[in-house]
Design a protein around this ligand. Sequence first.
Ligand code: GLU
Ligand code: ZN
Length: 319
Amino acid sequence: MQKDSFSTLPTGRFAPSPTGRMHLGNVFGALLSWLSAKSKGGQWLLRIEDIDPQRSRREYAQLLMDDLQWLGLSWDGEPVYQSERGDIYEQYFQQLKAQGLTYPCYCTRADLLATQAPHESDGRVVYPGTCRPKTIGTIGTIDTIGTIKTIAPPAAQRLIVPDREIAFTDGHYGTQSINLASHVGDFIIRRKDGAWAYQMAVVIDDALMGVNEVVRGRDLLLSSPQQIYVGELLGFHAPAFIHFPLLVNEAGQRLSKRDRSLDMGELRQRHTPQEIIGMLAFHAGLLKEPQPVSPDELIKKFAWQQVPCEDITIRNLSI
Ligand code: GLU
Ligand code: ZN
């Protein structure tokens, strides 16, 4: 299905959200996507995902770039900022709207939680379709509903999803298949406050930047079919997806920004860049033991087959 993605050199990317200082988990993602692209002679692009104006800060973007350079993970070309691309997202949103596939949703978070128990164990709620127009697929119906918006409170925009399996082959976890209607429901592509949703922006940006290899944590496995679907509607070629295991603490919880001892501000005071890269390379199965190494030295050692599929426990919060 995605054979074409491999016939050209990979163009990978790192797409962090500048909502805090980078931490060890983010560095792991940066390193793996960098190695995956570089080991095949490809390019590695940087996209600053600052679409959420409330949570993103320019200072964090600056620190992030400084941290990447300090680690020896350099990117190709100029960084792309999502906050500057609103007009582009609007244009593609209009295409979806013209296909009769979007509708305004007035539900509050409380409404959604009240109507349904969160899905499985991860707290997600499958949207029950409360605001979905009764007749879908005709522009007239959507427009009629759209005009109500002027007298109604601000609405989010949702994308109608099909009741069919969307399958893809993950480069690390193998075949994945999911029915968006039963597992996700119609999802938000523009928030109530006007901010563009990640699921919309990421697809447009990956396509327009020429990204053909998306490497990211396995927590985003479920996002891939949503993104494949958006891409199909907009006529884009799907990138190859490669997900990697998460770094977790001893309680099995994903390392997060809350673990202050693992943010780059702290790590840079206690370690050299080579020590941090060496420790991560060891956990990625690329070294037999943690030892200082530069990203460049790992290029020839890198192979996805060596990277585990199970989550990786970081025992000692100080490395
Ligand atoms: N900004 C997203 C994140 O930080 C990017 C996810 C992706 O790589 O698609 O999780
Ligand atoms: Zn709704």
